[in-house]
Design a protein around this ligand. Sequence first.
Ligand SMILES: Cc1cc2nc3c(=O)[nH]c(=O)nc-3n(C[C@H](O)[C@H](O)[C@H](O)COP(=O)(O)OP(=O)(O)OC[C@H]3O[C@@H](n4cnc5c(N)ncnc54)[C@H](O)[C@@H]3O)c2cc1C
Length: 322
Amino acid sequence: MTSAQNDEIRDVIIVGSGPSGYTAAIYTARANLNPLVIAGSVTAGGELMNTTDVENFPGFPEGIMGPDLMDNMQKQAERFGAEVLFDDVTEMQLDGEIKTLSLADGTVYRARAVIVSTGSAYRELGLPDEKRLSGHGVSWCATCDGFFFRDQTIAVIGGGDSAMEEALFLTKFAAKVIVVHRRSELRASKIMADRALAHEKIEFVWDSEVIGINGEDKVSGLVVKNRNSGEESTLDVTGIFVAIGNDPRVGLVKDQLELTAEGTIAVDGRSSRTSLPGVYAAGDVIDSTYRQAITAAASGCAAAQDVEHYLANIKTPAKASN
Ligand SMILES: Cc1cc2nc3c(=O)[nH]c(=O)nc-3n(C[C@H](O)[C@H](O)[C@H](O)COP(=O)(O)OP(=O)(O)OC[C@H]3O[C@@H](n4cnc5c(N)ncnc54)[C@H](O)[C@@H]3O)c2cc1C
């Protein structure tokens, strides 16, 4: 791939087009910072592109489809002048006053400030039907989707703290929650494990791997295989929550920015300031706790304002503060 340097030095480039990236774009565009959003190629729009109804984003009393919400956010950012490019960043040079970002098509962009809003990825089981039935019974987020499974029998896959948290949360809605775990004991902390083990609505299927998901248009069963006996069985569930981990997308920055013990980008207190001047981070890539569209959007808003202050400071240092 030949590289072409774009001569312009932008005020701000935003990497990522999920709720945090587009919110940062709306705010920086309305602050006349002429943001460039590198949206990603196949993953443009972020995680909500993989879901159906979003019922907990404020402002939509009837709910809204995930892709429609992201389309609206893109249009809102563009309305104020944000420029959106559908390509992947392959490399970033983040130290120094001018940052450089290389794209998959070979173009190199430069900016005084960068907002990293690359999100995080839920680990998948890797089954062929998992993606197809995502939003149709397969979910990675009980807070997001638990409400859709009232009085149903649902499975939670995993044995760590987050799996127990999901299972316990789901007992508020479900008739029964079946936890499927690969081992004979839980990895979760004792307090979480004890709570789940004692719960009357939670059952456990131990030493078992998920090998298939049944259902044409929506989930109708989960096929598991006992790792000791090799015996296969089908659980009659209508919902499956995959809770086997989440990886912040830090591949591009992990050698340049400080990370937290959880693997997210470390930021200074409630701000979006990373360990390098002029580099800000927002959304799920800095958040191992909340991971919701609204919290990601709020974090994008904070990053935009932090960038505004930073640019004001480097352009007229005597008058502004960071
Ligand atoms: C199936 C599912 C259903 C969900 N349902 C809900 C719900 O109902 N309500 C709710 O509030 N939350 C829900 N969530 C959670 C919500 O989607 C996330 O919290 C939110 O999308 C995080 O926003 P973000 O901007 O931080 O990252 P993301 O939305 O993950 O966006 C990351 C962005 O980074 C881009 N990117 C990554 N790497 C690169 C690169 N190298 N170059 C360029 N771009 C890059 C991607 O293209 C993408 O645009 C759901 C999540 C999932 C997986």
